[in-house]
Ligand binder design. Structure first.
Ligand code: SF4
Length: 649
């Protein structure tokens, strides 16, 4: 039997003997409330969305929930789901020769027309390879034929697609709501025409927001530094502009209700997309511009619907910076009154450090027993100016007092070490600030006050003002973490940190070039998978992979980069100009900050890039200044000069 195309009945039969032997079989059964099952006998375009990590994690991914609901609304398409099996299940599946299958109908992945991977972070890359292998689909794009599904991938990590260029047929750059529909349409037309796979890739490449790596070749200087990307086909565009939607479409409300505990058992409602704060380390803040908001009415209606459809007891009002949502006060007032007495938990993550945030949380009457999270990211005002997250220590302590005095017993503070120009004194200041915050709590509630300090290590990300900086070495990270461990010995303070090797992996992959594909493949061959899981991360597999390919990992992490260096991801345009990022980086070296760009537009490049879209969508749901059709035309004429500096300019 061709196991890649094993009939669903056979997969189901084999699962019946496997599932009683593995941990948490509920991960692998499907059948949840709100899953969509359509008839496979009809001529539908069949799409499977894959989150290449455990079901427990992937079920909380909002992006895939949006696309699943959108595609299943089409009468000519079906969408199903698949997740990575845990180690025990993978072994059992391989032994029983069960290919990776969809939860809804137990069809093997190879039977679908399109496989859409979500890659929000880089440490999923080896799992993606493992998913393809478990599905019996060739790992390399160039080895796939018309018989194989189209393999696409999107998510924040796709903004530097080069390390995964060998494995993915087409990347979706940016927001997927519209472009996924166009991809399905292109695939449908191609199937009806029966032409070559290359024809399909060419047609996809003509869509805004789609990058087909096989239509380009990368070149390097003698010293190994990236030189430029060459177009190999007239259908390929340079640069590849990200896709955005002009207005956020109605939020999904038919969330699938899992049978088992997942990381977030709640209704996620996105209140706005994008961020205008300009924190220089923040990848999401740069790539998701411009800010677009939903109305309070739309959010409340979505909550009503989603509660009816799911029965969840918690709602997450999500965004990168919730207290910056223009109508946050109205929203909180309406939500707290409307759902009073219904025992609903309402969370408002990503709040700014100010007493206003505490008032917002207070109005939502959240449990005082949980923690209140703040993310100062750095402990000295100098450091916070460098990263452009200016908040005074006095303001932070005042906010901490407000939190403890309203009954929260635990404050969670998030910091990063390894910011550019950080000294050991800046690290010691993290410990001092934690103690100062806890001291405020003790003044208010005595020994009941607690503090959790989560200290991760900064990884420079592409498309941010810090894309030029080098990353701390393992030795530097150890030295800084030792300071914190030593200084924060207090039974009421819980310190957590990221392992230096995990940080390095993220750093290699984040700013990797095409040559990293070989490293990823070799690491996977040596057993690398579940790299985001500490107990499975194999540093030695990666070191051996680098040695095998003949690349120096430090080239990607510790090498200082010239301000005019051409980057392997420069052909991907987020709309934010490289010149703007470079200026912002130089500003940071002077300790100069930039205020919220809703108050002062810094001409980052978003407006000229999306001028026409903005002029067609006037009003305050966008937070960039309005443009008239006339100025939009002028901006568009200017656009080629405003696009990022790329190798082919
Ligand atoms: S165009 Fe101006 S307002 Fe819009 S995101 Fe850029 S800097 Fe901010």
């Amino acid at each position: 039997m061709n196991t890649q195309l094993m009939p669903p009945e056979e997969i189901q039969r084999r699962l019946e003997s496997i599932l009683p032997k593995v941990q948490k079989p509920g991960r692998y059964t499907g059948g949840e409330i709100n899953q969509v099952v359509k008839d496979w006998q009809t001529d539908l375009t069949k799409v499977v969305f894959v989150f290449p990590d455990l079901y427990d994690i992937g079920m909380s991914n909002l992006g895939l929930a949006i696309l699943y609901e959108l595609l299943n609304q089409r009468s000519d398409t079906l969408a199903e789901r698949a997740y990575m099996p845990w180690i025990d299940m993978e072994e059992a599946m391989r032994e029983a020769r069960v290919p990776l299958y969809s939860l809804e109908t137990k069809h093997p992945l190879a039977a679908f027309d399109i496989i859409g991977f979500s890659i929000p972070y880089e440490t999923l890359f080896t799992n993606l390879l493992n998913a393809l292998d478990l599905a019996g689909i060739p790992l390399f794009s160039k080895e796939r034929t018309v018989e194989h599904p189209l393999v696409i991938a999107g998510g924040h990590a796709a903004f530097n697609p080069e390390p995964m260029h060998s494995f993915i047929d087409a990347f979706v750059i940016g927001e997927g709501e519209e472009v996924i529909q166009e991809i399905v349409n292109v695939h449908k037309d191609w199937r009806s025409q029966g032409t070559s796979r290359l024809d399909l890739l060419r047609a996809l490449s003509r869509l805004t927001g789609v990058y087909v790596p096989r239509l380009y070749d990368a070149h390097y200087e003698n010293d190994g530094i990236f030189s430029h990307l060459e177009k190999l086909d007239e259908a390929a565009s340079l640069p590849v502009l990200k896709r955005i939607v002009p207005a956020l479409p109605p939020p999904p409300t038919h969330f699938i209700v899992p049978y088992i505990e997942t990381i977030h058992n709640r209704i996620p409602i996105e209140v706005m997309r994008g961020c205008t704060r300009g924190c220089r380390f923040c990848h999401a803040g740069m790539i998701t511009r411009p800010v677009r908001e939903r109305s309070v009415d739309e959010i409340v209606e979505a909550i009503d619907q989603a509660l009816k459809n799911t029965g969840f007891e918690e709602i997450g009002l999500l965004s990168l910076s919730s207290s910056d949502y223009t109508h946050i006060l109205d929203l909180v007032k309406v939500v707290s009154e409307r759902y009073a007495g219904k025992h609903l938990g309402i969370s408002l993550p990503s709040l700014r450090i100010e007493t206003f945030s505490v008032e917002l949380m207070d109005a939502l009457k959240e449990s005082r027993h949980g923690g209140f999270t703040l993310a100062p990211e750095a402990a000295t005002e100098r450091m916070r100016e460098i990263i452009n997250k200016p908040v005074s220590t006095a303001q932070l302590l005042e906010t901490a007092r407000a939190i403890y005095s309203r009954g929260w017993t635990t404050i969670k503070l998030y910091f990063m070490i390894g910011h550019p120009s950080e000294t050991l004194e800046d690290v010691q200041a993290i410990a001092d600030l934690c103690k100062a915050v806890l001291a405020e709590g003790r003044k208010i509630m005595g020994r009941r006050a607690r503090l959790n300090a989560g200290v991760s290590t900064f990884v420079p990300k592409p498309h941010t003002p810090f894309q030029w900086v080098s990353c701390d070495s393992v030795e530097q990270i150890h030295a800084k973490q030792d300071i914190l461990r030593h200084a924060l010995r207090d039974r009421d303070i819980k310190l957590t940190w990221t392992h230096p090797e995990d940080t390095l992996l993220e750093a290699w992959l984040s700013r990797g070039d095409r040559r990293m594909s070989d490293v990823i493949y070799q690491a996977w061959k040596r057993g690398a998978k579940f790299d985001a899981w500490q107990e499975h991360f194999s540093y030695s597999a990666w070191m051996e992979a680098f040695a095998h390919v003949g690349l120096n990992p430090e080239f990607y992490t510790h090498r200082p980069r010239r301000i005019d260096e051409i980057f392997p991801w420069d052909h991907i345009s987020t709309g934010v100009r490289k010149k703007y990022l470079a200026q912002d980086y130089l500003n940071s070296l002077q300790g100069e900050t930039r205020i919220d760009c809703r108050e002062q537009c810094y001409a980052c490049g978003i407006l000229p890039t999306f001028a026409e879209m903005r002029s067609l969508h006037p009003g305050d749901s966008w937070k960039c200044p309005e443009v008239t059709p006339k100025s939009s035309r002028r901006a568009q004429r200017l656009q080629p000069h405003d696009l990022p500096i790329i190798g082919n300019e």
